[in-house]
Design a protein around this ligand. Structure first.
Ligand code: HEM
Length: 410
């Protein structure tokens, strides 16, 4: 193995790693592609290992039920938080519960269902761009990347939008708890956010019960009222997940994607001039710098990977693996010249930015369309778009993204 200690390569506490993890992923993939880190989780950076793991039935997503418990203070606190939560979300469930819950909402998120929202999305985006045309400036995150997905999911669930600012703060506090660097204060803040968000959601649910409509929330309430398919706790957990899942993620796809284009002007021009790229371009942006960098699985049977110098690394039942989506998406074994942004890349749709297997992102079609409409219309509306000031990155590694991107537009 090379002189570099893998411990130094996947270290979420290292600011340089958080700022730009891709060179670190490359070293790890070459030197120790399956690497048991200091707390015993095996970090996977090869595309094939990540894809195989995500698609395998030999792994569980239910860490509480199946992972060997760790005895440090933060792990105990995380377990306690989850035990106090109302119910597990589909993200953390295995079949058959996962299948039962996911089936209830798939129809609302199919590509065809999402297509029906396109006109509405275009109108929202154009209204933002009209205002930007008047002022000559656009704060991409504040003005476009957050409000559009927020408005779309609010309309799908028919949620009021008057508490947008609070919801944004709550969802940021919730996703901060997903970071490997989360400390006690971060976990407390996430609990505080849930303590405010849940009663608000119950209020909306009780209100909706009196007059069910054709929205996704009403449909879930109707299922819950039938009695045996969805418990009230599952209902609220599900609605909260649907409501906040897109907040940080789609925002970052639009933010990271636009920044990548501004740093690769030829590609920006290529997309602007070629509408046939509208779909493929977004896949490449997801591959190039996706919002979700990694996720976790628990082995249910012994599983063997090739580690440093091909040495076998065995994960025993109850052991965890970290599937590093961002590393898989830059694996040269699958993507030629992986660190270049190439919007016409033939296989960009093989990216794992939405994971794979049964937990493949439910909102994938929705997020892709939102990004395609937002970025596509922005770059076509304004021939001249410049970054003014330095982009500001939110200092996170599980969910990676810029949180300020000030642009001048003409
Ligand atoms: C660019 C935007 C997005 C990205 C990169 C993203 C990424 C992901 C990833 C990686 C997973 C799987 C996690 C795992 O396997 O452990 C996931 C699951 C999920 N996503 Fe997304 N997501 C995005 C947008 C959305 C949106 C807009 C929604 C809904 C409105 C959504 C709803 C969900 C749900 C409900 C799951 C759980 C699915 C399941 O467990 O079966 N996502 N997402």
């Amino acid at each position: 193995m090379s002189a570099v200690d893998p411990e130094l390569l996947w270290n979420p506490f290292d600011p340089a790693f958080r700022a730009d993890p891709y060179p670190f992923y490359d070293r790890l993939r070459t030197d120790a592609p399956a690497w048991p880190n200091a707390i015993g989780t095996v970090v996977l950076t090869r595309y094939d290992d990540v894809a195989r793991t995500l698609r395998s039935n030999d792994f569980s997503r239910d860490v509480d039920a199946n992972a060997t418990p760790r005895d440090d203070e933060i792990s105990r606190r995380r377990r306690e938080r989850r035990a106090n939560g109302a119910a597990k979300s589909i993200l953390n469930l295995d079949p058959p519960d996962h299948t039962r819950l996911r089936r209830m909402v798939t129809t609302a998120f199919t590509p065809t269902a999402v297509q029906r929202l396109r006109g509405r999305m275009e109108a929202m985006v154009d209204a933002v761009l009209d205002r930007a045309a008047d002022t000559g400036s656009l704060e991409l995150i504040e003005d476009l990347a957050f409000p559009v997905p927020f408005q779309v999911i609010s309309e799908m669930l028919d949620m009021p939008t008057d508490r947008g600012d609070e919801l944004r703060t709550w969802s940021q506090a919730l996703t901060a708890a997903l970071e490997p660097t989360a400390d006690m204060a971060t976990l407390d803040a996430a609990d505080e956010a849930i303590a405010q968000l849940a009663p608000y959601m119950w209020e909306v649910i009780e209100e909706r019960r009196r007059a069910l409509g054709d929205d996704v929330l009403s449909r879930l309430i109707a299922v819950e009222e039938e009695g045996d398919r969805l418990s009230p706790e599952e209902l609220i957990t599900f609605v909260i997940l649907l409501y906040v899942a897109g907040h940080e993620t789609t925002v970052n796809l639009i933010g990271n994607g636009m920044l990548a284009l501004l740093r690769n002007r030829d590609e920006l021009t290529r997309w602007r001039d070629d509408p046939s790229l509208d779909d493929r371009a977004v896949d490449e942006l997801l591959r190039f710098d996706g919002p979700v960098q990694h996720t976790i699985r628990v082995a249910m049977v012994p599983v063997t990977y090739a580690g440093a110098q091909g040495e076998p690394v065995v994960v025993e039942p109850g052991g965890t693996v970290l599937t590093v989506l961002g590393a898989a998406n830059h694996d040269p074994a699958v993507f030629d010249d992986p660190h270049s942004l190439r919007l016409d890349r033939a296989n960009s749709n093989r990216h794992l930015a939405f994971a794979a297997g049964i937990h493949y992102c439910l909102g994938a079609s929705l997020a892709k369309m939102e990004a395609s409409v937002a970025i596509g219309r922005l770059i076509r509306r304004f021939p001249d778009i410049e970054l003014t000031g330095e982009p500001h990155w939110r200092d996170r590694i599980t969910i990676r993204g810029v949180d300020r991107l000030q642009l001048s537009v003409r």
